[in-house]
Design a protein around this ligand. Structure first.
Ligand SMILES: N[C@@H](CCC(=O)N[C@@H](CS)C(=O)NCC(=O)O)C(=O)O
Length: 224
């Protein structure tokens, strides 16, 4: 198996963690990424495989897939053990929904902090608008964190058992922390869950590599 990934690609790291939890060996190809040019120039294999030109891209034999969620669905069917979806059908549906919530509902709020690591915008009106959007995102994230905290006070995992939901939400929470979003100290069950996951090898490896990639930049960058 070959995975095209990126050092600061949240979605690629989701797939790395899933492959690690399933004990699947893979060759990792890190696509070019620089502070100045982001993902340009795009890796030719990624352009050939994905009309969106994005990582992750997974190649397994004759099959080439892109999009972390599509890749998760494939992994679960092709490599069911150990499972990364709960047994109960309702919890399976909830896990898929929670992954969507992480990627498409919670993560967009973290994008509002990207401006904090950019050089100050020359237009004062734009600076003020960025700050207002950042404050709104802080408030929205605190609401999400509070809901997650209430659920994790009663359960070890988000949807019954370790699942793709935990992987996706782990990454989003990690992103909010590296971008200096709301601290986890007010959400002890959420913080404990995040620490428990980070103690697992695939999660800890991804987090450590992201921290190393951040240290290699001259300033933190808000890329997703
Ligand atoms: N929905 C996609 C999102 C993939 C995505 O946004 N990939 C980013 C890196 S995390 C990328 O390749 N960005 C470069 C670009 O969009 O040009 C997934 O879940 O895989």
């Amino acid at each position: 198996m070959k995975l095209y990934s990126g050092p600061l690609s949240l979605f690629s790291r989701k797939v790395e963690i899933a492959l690690g939890e399933k004990g699947l060996a893979f060759e990792r190809v890190m696509v070019p990424f620089t502070q100045e040019r982001g993902y340009q120039p795009k890796h030719p294999d990624v352009l050939a495989a994905n009309p969106k030109g994005q990582v992750p891209v997974l190649v397994d034999g004759d099959l080439t897939l892109f999009d972390s969620t599509v890749i998760f669905e494939y992994l679960e069917e092709a490599y069911p053990a150990p499972p990364l979806l709960p047994r109960d059908v309702n919890q399976r549906a909830e896990s898929r929904l929670m992954e969507l919530r992480a990627d498409e509902v919670v993560f967009p709020h973290a994008r509002a902090f990207f401006y904090r690591t950019d050089p100050p915008h020359p237009d004062p009106a734009r600076r003020a608008a960025n700050q207002e959007a950042g404050a709104r995102a802080e408030a929205a994230l605190r609401d999400h964190f509070a809901a997650l905290d209430r659920s994790l006070a009663r359960h070890d995992f988000l949807c019954g058992a370790l699942s793709y939901a935990d992987i996706a939400m782990f990454m989003v929470v990690l992103w909010t922390q590296r971008l200096k979003g709301p601290a986890l100290q007010d959400f002890p069950a959420l913080a404990a869950w995040h620490a428990r996951l980070q103690a697992r090898t695939p999660f800890g490896k991804a987090a450590a590599e992201i921290a190393a990639a951040d240290r290699a930049l001259t300033r933190p960058i808000g890329i997703g």
